[in-house]
Design a binder for this molecule. Structure first.
Ligand SMILES: Cc1cc2nc3c(=O)[nH]c(=O)nc-3n(C[C@H](O)[C@H](O)[C@H](O)COP(=O)(O)OP(=O)(O)OC[C@H]3O[C@@H](n4cnc5c(N)ncnc54)[C@H](O)[C@@H]3O)c2cc1C
Ligand code: SF4
Ligand code: SF4
Length: 1007
């Protein structure tokens, strides 16, 4: 018995070991297969995509793994695609290796739909082609064009791109269509679904289908008969199910982006139309959209807005219901796609008004606390609600009629103050600024470490009075007392902003409970939409069936199955079996904690970053290395790893990679701040990182400090270098110099280019004859660069900038005063860009003292010929009137000169500093005084030269100006003008035409 037991036990034990070993081998093999798949995919990808467009390193996968949502997934591979054929190849390869993938446009999605932990395929900045259709009534667009750019293209024709998300300045057409994004005006009537004419798509098997091209359709019928018949069968099945068909029609009568778009199945008979329109709102789960043909709408010339303050939220919503009934004319239908008198009505609750310190809200508070509002207790401000109403018309008489009709509908006794419209853009612009300011204000005020969540629900308009009040209470009951509710009331679509921490389980649970209650309210009580604009993503995926019901859900699943039978496209988005997926993969937003006391203001500001990506559109290094958003995300990760001590190896690897991708290739120009809702200048963070780096590199500091104390000598040395380079150029010729200097650059020597100037000897006051009998005096500080540099070998002009500037000032009757000791002076920019702030500030202080004396204690204006230098001077020197050339000429010289235009096509370059100082109009207006053919090249922001980086990191300049030369050639432009010498060197090098200071042009065009 005992022997039997022993035998049995041993036998069992041996079997167990064998099973374990087998299991181990199987698991290991399966893991290896997984790894093998990715490495095999990479090998295959490299055959069709340049290797510099494929990233697998920790830093860049982290950067591209960041979108505007509060989720984080880090892709294993990021591929940046360029064109349709290549895209077809990429998706074929993913299918071959059974590897899931996700598409990315601008990554401004809020629901976690542009993230992947597998392969992320970026189709943004290289996909910007467009073709305007006949009569400008339509436009064909590639997916990487930013929405606001489409409006710029259409503006000269008085037309607009209908979808209008608030993110239109950053979001791209691919993302707008695939999210079915919408905003204040487009409602349901003019969203991508209604405005789409046809689509060009790349299917999961790599097939390219253009639903607007008869040949492609016929071909597709031959090659994919089953695909077509399945679409037709689904269409017929849905239509045969009458309750389902009616439900679909009702649900899409208001904004709805929960789940896949079922409307095409009832709205279109043609299977190709169904295929094209199913792409709208599909969030990259069906196919790749490589081009879309969209209708355009006509812009109105006459517009007016009114900010109307109601005594209660319910009353404001009752007015919305009445306003929605006001019909306009047939002309309206033709122009805007609908015939309503009100074009938009935005609701702002009291917290929204409070967040922007709305003056009427502040007055209301005073009135409440003084007991002047009947029936409202002291301290209770929650009733006040504003409606921002807009109407538009073709002529003024019609506009007046519309304004009057609208005001008549609103009961006077429901209002806190009388309502009135304004037609003055300066006045109504302020109303819209209040509306646009809510999100950044709330986001900016949130506690560090919390996420700024924007939820997005819609009710049928007739339900608004009751539903809105309940929504407000529900959110407050869950402890979100600081949440704002605002949004497109006219469409029944509200957003609410929550400052949410995901640091503890309790906080996650609080969010989960609130979301479930919101779902119950919206779905069960009002049959509304859980997502109206922002997409289902991972955020609403568990609620799709709950909102739509079984039949609709199954129809969506069938649609997905037809397009993506293997389920490789954006898995986890829209369809997700995990009921808790909306609280998985939550993104940490750790504080940026640099070891500096007190915390600098730029760090405090950067801590407000919500990773929305609005800055990327202006970031010159986005696509070359990291973008501004990625820099902040990477800094957050590195600092958090350092603080917690977790994974020091990863921290070290990220730090190492950051040196080139994050620090060295940031132009520190600050253009990112110009499109950031929080005004975060990532360039400031770059300066700070450099500053902290300096303390660990005393040798570099000492060298730069020495240079600052012997600046005149250093400049003399650089003149010798310029001389030698010019001699080399003359003797060896351009191509030999390029070859030699390219090789030297690889060894770390700054790169020479043919646009490099000859030297200029040190300018002195005695070089210029003083003007006699002129009371007009101005101080001229030639930047150190213009003190050193002459003209380039092949320049079409002979004089240096300094000579031209003096000549122009004298011509206008101004006596020129140089600051004493200017050969030693610098604005400090050189040191600031290296993070050596103390030296930079010392140099500025020296300059300030010299300018103060030269300007007779601020009596005379001061002009500096280099706009980036002026930018720094303006930040540091406040007691004098400081100008760069264009603004100086427009302010002081213009009326003293006679302008005659040249007959020449010219290009203008608006430097980053001019944009930041908001002086671009001076340069543009001045150029227009000189020529009728002034061209501002598109897609050229920061030139990437960044002081001296154009010499040390020429790839930045090349990348930033990659779109310049084709435009210059196409337009036949002969010469370019700007007001920054270093930028001009880079521009000349990459455009093939000379670029020079605007002062040359003004001298040529004036007597
Ligand atoms: C502050 C803020 C305000 C916002 N306001 C609004 C608003 O008012 N209204 C609104 O609707 N949204 C709004 N959004 C959300 C978001 O900006 C929009 O949905 C936008 O249209 C997304 O565009 P994107 O280029 O960033 O796309 P991405 O986020 O890159 O992608 C969106 C989805 O489309 C897919 N996709 C992208 N390109 C393609 C392609 N070529 N083919 C197939 N699939 C593709 C992606 O996989 C993803 O699922 C806001 C976002 C932020 C941060
Ligand atoms: S820096 Fe500004 S624009 Fe850029 S991601 Fe952060 S908040 Fe958005
Ligand atoms: S400073 Fe310039 S390069 Fe650097 S993150 Fe900002 S926009 Fe990009």
């Amino acid at each position: 018995m005992y022997d039997g037991f022993l035998f049995f036990t041993s036998y069992y034990f041996v079997i167990l070991i064998i099973i374990t070993i087998f299991a181990h081998i199987i698991i290991r093999n399966s893991q290896n297969t997984n790894i093998m798949n990715y490495s095999a995919l990479l090998d295959d990808l490299k055959a069709i995509v340049p290797s510099q467009q494929i990233y697998t390193d920790e830093l860049r996968t982290l950067g591209w793994g960041t979108d505007a949502s509060f989720y984080r997934m880090i892709p294993k591979v990021v591929v940046r695609s360029d064109d349709e054929q290549q895209m077809s190849g990429i998706v074929r390869l993913c299918a071959k290796h059974h590897i899931p993938y996700t598409f990315r446009a601008a990554g401004t999605s809020l629901s976690g739909q542009s993230l992947s932990d597998s392969v992320l395929i970026v189709a943004g900045k290289s996909w910007e082609k467009f073709t305007i259709g006949e009569g400008q009534a339509s436009i064909r667009l590639q997916p990487g064009i930013v929405g606001s750019r489409v409006n710029q293209i259409l503006k000269p024709f008085g037309r607009v791109f209908p979808p209008d998300p608030a993110s239109i300045g950053a979001a791209m057409v691919g993302g707008i269509v695939n999210n079915n994004a919408s905003g204040m005006n487009c409602g349901v009537h003019a969203n991508s679904d209604r405005m789409m004419i046809s689509a060009r798509i790349v299917l999961t098997d790599g097939t390219i289908l253009d639903t607007g091209d008869e040949n492609r359709r016929n071909q597709f019928r031959q090659t994919h008969p089953e695909f077509i018949s399945k679409i037709e069968a689904l269409r017929d099945e849905v239509r045969a199910n009458q309750p389902l068909a009616e439900r679909i029609a009702k649900k899409y009568s208001i904004k709805n982006v929960t789940g896949l778009n079922l409307r095409p199945l009832i709205a279109y008979d043609d299977p190709f139309d169904i295929i094209a329109h199913s792409m709208v709102g599909s969030e990259g789960t069906l196919a790749f959209l490589s081009e879309v043909n969209m209708k355009t709408l006509i812009d109105y010339k006459f517009k007016a807005s009114a900010m109307i303050y109601f005594l209660t939220m319910k009353q404001s919503c009752e007015s919305v219901v009445e306003l929605k009934k006001l019909k306009a004319t047939e002309t309206d239908l033709e122009m805007s796609g609908e015939d309503l008198m009100v074009k938009s009505a935005e609701m702002l609750d009291y917290m929204s008004l409070a967040s922007v310190d709305d003056p009427v809200y502040l007055k209301y508070k005073e009135d409440v606390d003084a007991g002047r509002i009947e029936g409202v207790a002291t301290g209770d401000y929650h009733n006040l609600t504003a409606l921002l109403v807009e109407t538009k018309a073709v002529d003024h008489a019609e506009l007046e009629k519309k304004m009057q009709t609208i005001l008549e509908v609103i009961p006077k006794d429901h209002l806190y103050i009388p309502a009135e419209f304004s037609e003055d853009p300066a006045v109504y612009g302020k109303f819209w600024a209040i509306r646009s300011g809510i999100f950044p204000s709330v986001g900016g005020m949130r506690p560090t470490g919390t996420s700024c969540l924007i939820e997005d629900v819609a009710f049928h308009v007739e339900d608004l009075p009751e539903a809105t009040v309940k929504l407000q209470k529900l959110i407050a009951d869950h402890g979100y007392g600081d949440a704002c509710i605002y949004g497109h009331a006219f469409e029944g679509n509200y957003h609410f902003i929550l400052n949410q921490s995901f640091a503890t389980d309790d906080e996650v649970e609080r969010y989960e409970d609130m979301m479930k209650d919101v779902a119950r309210l919206v779905v069960e009580e009002y049959d509304g939409s859980l997502k109206a604009e922002h997409g289902t993503g991972r955020n609403m995926a568990p609620f799709v069936k709950y909102e739509w019901g079984e039949d609709a859900y199954q129809a969506m699943k069938q649609l997905k199955q037809i397009f993506d039978p293997e389920g490789l496209l954006n898995p986890g988005v829209i369809f997700n079996d995990d009921p808790k997926c909306f609280i998985q993969h939550l993104k940490p937003l750790p504080e940026l904690t640099y070891d500096i006391d007190p915390i600098p203001v730029e760090v405090k500001r950067a801590n407000k970053c919500i990773e929305c990506g609005f800055c990327e559109v202006n970031c010159m290094s986005c696509g070359l290395t990291l973008s501004s958003r990625m820099r902040i995300a990477a800094q957050r990760e590195i600092l958090s790893l350092e603080k917690t001590g977790q994974n020091p190896e990863r921290a070290e690897r990220l730090r190492k990679q950051y040196r080139y991708y994050g620090d060295q290739t940031c132009a520190a120009d600050g253009l990112c701040a110009t499109s950031c809702p929080m005004k975060i200048n990532t360039g400031d963070i770059t300066h700070l990182v450099r500053q902290l780096g300096v303390s660990s590199n005393p040798t570099a500091y000492n060298i730069f400090n020495y240079a600052s104390n012997h600046f005149a000598g250093v400049k003399q040395g650089l003149r010798v270098v310029l001389d030698m380079a010019n001699l080399g150029h003359t003797i060896l010729g351009t191509s030999a110099m390029n070859g030699i200097c390219g090789a030297l650059n690889k060894a770390g020597i700054p790169l020479w280019n043919p646009a490099m100037p000859k030297k200029r000897s040190q300018p002195k006051q005695s070089d210029f004859k003083p003007l006699s009998d002129t009371p007009l005096k101005a101080v001229y500080f030639p930047s150190c660069i213009n003190q050193m540099m002459g003209v380039s070998k092949d320049a079409p002009v002979k004089n240096t900038v300094v000579d031209e500037m003096v000549k122009l000032m004298n011509k206008a009757g101004y006596e020129v005063i140089f600051p004493k000791g200017m050969e030693k002076m610098c604005c400090g920019q050189i040191w600031e860009s290296k993070g050596m702030m103390d030296i930079a500030d010392r140099k500025t202080a020296e300059l300030e003292a010299a300018l103060w004396e030269a300007s007779n204690h601020g009596e005379y204006p001061v002009v500096c010929d280099q706009s980036p230098c002026l930018h720094r001077m303006l930040k540091k020197i406040t007691k004098m009137k400081l100008y760069e050339p264009a603004d100086f000429i427009m302010t002081y010289l213009r009326d003293r000169l006679t302008f005659h235009k040249v007959d020449r096509k010219i290009a203008l370059h608006l430097t980053c500093s001019m944009r930041e100082m908001q002086l671009t109009n001076s340069l543009i207006d001045l150029a227009h005084l000189c020529s009728d053919n002034v061209y501002l090249p598109e897609g050229v922001g920061c030139c990437g030269f960044a002081g001296d980086r154009g010499f040390t990191h020429p790839e930045m300049n090349k990348w930033a100006l990659r779109k310049l030369k084709p435009q210059i050639q196409e337009k036949g432009i002969e010469v370019g003008y700007s007001n920054s010498r270093t930028c001009e060197i880079g521009l000349q090098n990459h455009s093939g035409i000379p670029y020079m200071s605007i002062v040359y042009l003004v001298n040529e065009c004036t007597d």
